[in-house]
Design a protein around this ligand. Structure first.
Ligand SMILES: [Zn+2]
Length: 149
């Protein structure tokens, strides 16, 4: 995949302190086109697709929002809750703004939990971008498969 001017601008916007204080890249020094390419491959290897993943995240977000900040049990296996802040956050690809909603998901029997935002869902669904390695909101495809399904 090639870096387009749109991708270069998005990558600039992803650095810490531009759109969000922690940024979207973590310690990852790869071009976002390479990050996206590697994760697309991983999604395929895992036998998943982006619509399926985005729909699953939306499902958990909806359940969590029903709790208004309190934990909600989903299908006896997951515990979810949401955190909302005022205002919106723009997509680094500059194609929209999203509510500042964070969703936390824990699965029974697993130590790892998953945290994602409304913007994070959009980044995956529209841009196939799970964020850089070690980024606070990185959603690792393998972890998604393990914890959210
Ligand atoms: Zn976008």
């Amino acid at each position: 995949m090639k870096m387009t001017p749109e991708y270069s601008k998005a990558q600039e916007n992803m650095h810490a302190g531009i759109i969000s204080s922690s940024g979207f890249l973590g310690n990852d020094s790869r071009l976002i086109s390479d990050i996206i390419c590697d994760d697309e491959e991983m999604v395929q290897v895992l036998g998943m697709n982006f619509t399926e993943i985005a729909n699953r995240l939306k499902f958990f977000m909806e359940k969590a929002l029903n709790g208004f900040g309190n934990p909600v049990t989903v299908d006896e296996l997951w515990e979810v809750f949401s955190e909302e802040a005022r205002g919106v956050i723009p997509c680094p690809f500059e194609d929209g703004s999203f509510k500042k909603i964070n969703v936390y998901v824990k699965k029974k029997g697993f130590k790892d939990s998953v945290v994602f935002s409304e913007l994070g869902i959009h980044l995956i669904e529209k841009h196939h971008f799970f964020q850089g390695k070690d980024a606070f909101f990185r959603l690792d495809p393998e972890k998604i498969k393990k914890i959210l399904f």
